[in-house]
Design a protein around this ligand. Sequence first.
Ligand code: 13P
Length: 255
Amino acid sequence: MRKPIIAGNWKMNKTVAEALTLVVNLRSALDAIPAVTSVVCPPFTALAPVKQALNGSHVGLGAQNLFWEEKGAFTGEVAPNMVAELCQYVILGHSERRQYFGETDASVNRKVKAALAHGLIPIICVGENLEQYEAGATDSVVRQQVNGALVGLTAEQVAGLVIAYEPIWAIGTGKAATGAAANQIISLSVRGPVADLYGEAVAQAVRVQYGGSTNAKNMAEYMQQPDIDGALVGGASLKAEDFIEMVRITANVRG
Ligand code: 13P
């Protein structure tokens, strides 16, 4: 019942020209796989041209961040309505933003509310670091991040969210979590607190991705898991053939 969703987080990669080349190479292949929602998240500078290149396509477009204020003297920031003018999705609270740019559960929550107020679908990122993982703190860390991101949201809003469980030790390292381990955390520490706060129906409605060193080789392992609804893909989303293959595998496993 939950439609799989594969999103490519391009991070700080691709000029406008490079982004257009990638999206032209993705477009028709992804449009031929309607059973999976595919989304690309280029850097801000490429959003408008990529939107144009996707005109008439069902490939979704997402930003990688936004600021919660509506407008004004916030040099360098991008307002929610500016993102909503171009995108349907926005990645919020990515671990790189938490680590390098001081984002907290409270700031992520403000951004989630701003995104929802403008009709955007947030892709909220949660996940423990290596030290927390080794200390056995994964459940409490992820639970706290989920609870923190959802403060003040309605059940209807939460049901429409996408949450990405990305263990930080698995991001860009080639050390992916196993499908079974990722599924367990998603069930226990992501859907668990959603069920506590909003009930089981909402916990079963929210789509949850795994992220961290996903690729065409390990994608089937994740998609065979009952609680994993897709992936938030970093490195492998920068190459058209890899990303297309991951979406294809998802359709095959879930189809
Ligand atoms: P990698 O797929 O490169 O490990 O990155 C994952 C990620 O951070 C996606 O948001």
